[in-house]
Design a protein around this ligand. Sequence first.
Ligand SMILES: *Cc1c(COP(=O)(O)O)cnc(C)c1O
Length: 396
Amino acid sequence: MTNPKGRFGVHGGQYIPETLMNAVNELDEAYEYYKKDPGFNRELTKLLREYAGRPSRLYYASKMTEDLGGAGIYLKREDLNHTGAHKINNVLGQALLAKKMGKTRLIAETGAGQHGVAAATAAALMGMECVIFMGEEDTVRQALNVYRMKLLGARVVPVRTGTATLKDAVSEAMREWTSRISDTHYCLGSVMGPHPFPAMVRDFQAVISKEIREQILEERGKLPDAVIACVGGGSNAIGSFYHFLKDEEVKLIGCEAAGRGADTFETAAAIAAGRPGIFHGMKSYFCQDRYGQIAPVRSVSAGLDYPGIGPEHAYLHDTGRAQYVPVTDEEAVSAFEYLAKTEGIIAAIESAHAVAHAVKLAPAMNRDQIIVVTISGRGDKDCAAVARYRGEDIHE
Ligand SMILES: *Cc1c(COP(=O)(O)O)cnc(C)c1O
């Protein structure tokens, strides 16, 4: 789907300063080599199985299905992976690649801290030094994850520039990579940034749809009618979509965080509320102000609080192969509560955005139709925030 320059239609590319070109080219060449290397793939498969706990279950949500009275609903349980989310699939791939490239140091950006914890986990496993860049604002809001990263042996660097949040942490990590490419790999957390990151991270996450396909064919003998996943940068979504891209009859639906609403200024819905632009090394859709500056974004879900969307999603939107829908904070919180009560599963508030759309869609479908919803992570981390949203302070 990518052409040699890392384009997805008009999106993607490598919009980076000259000084970053060496690092990006070196990574591109190494990835092109190792993705076809049987030894590399064997090692990665082994790590995914024995360390991360793959394959993750495809669970038939019978109570939810019965309650909604339409399509059969299956949950792809990425929340059951080691570290509690899909992010481990990507960091294991990148850390292994970095090691093959002779790098001894991993750096990463993090917003809510989930990718930072995953990267620190992979670094600990591989015996690599690890430095995590995190907006100072976020280090205060996510103190528990800062502690986790330190426990895993990482150093956390608070970033004070800009709004001192995720986008500033990405910029700082790119700067650091530029000045230290000899021993350092930048382990980017989603399907974004300059080529080869969007294609590489997608390939590492594509294990999700590879398994869904095998599991649903085994259980039902046919493909799903719809696959639904939440979209921040878009890695769990593209991972869930990838092996269905050529099956036009399978609807692919990405759920963006609309925050207070895609028609308000308090949103993070890059497709519903954004415009094409160039940022963090890629062309894609971004939330922008009237002067074309990156707009501050807001969502109840820290993991979806990014002003852009990966370039492959931008392309799938342009071509109509995938559909992107905004889901509000209120809808996501209600779905978070609904899934806990009906199935006994506390999903991440990010994943609850996908659940919310399934709740809307299923009743209008037939009983012999199938929806697969990716549960990108577990929701223990979100309980205090959801309680606060409902006006209850549980003193976390
Ligand atoms: C980080 C995160 C996301 C958002 O990232 P994507 O790259 O869009 O997948 C979604 N869900 C969970 C649980 C996360 O930790």
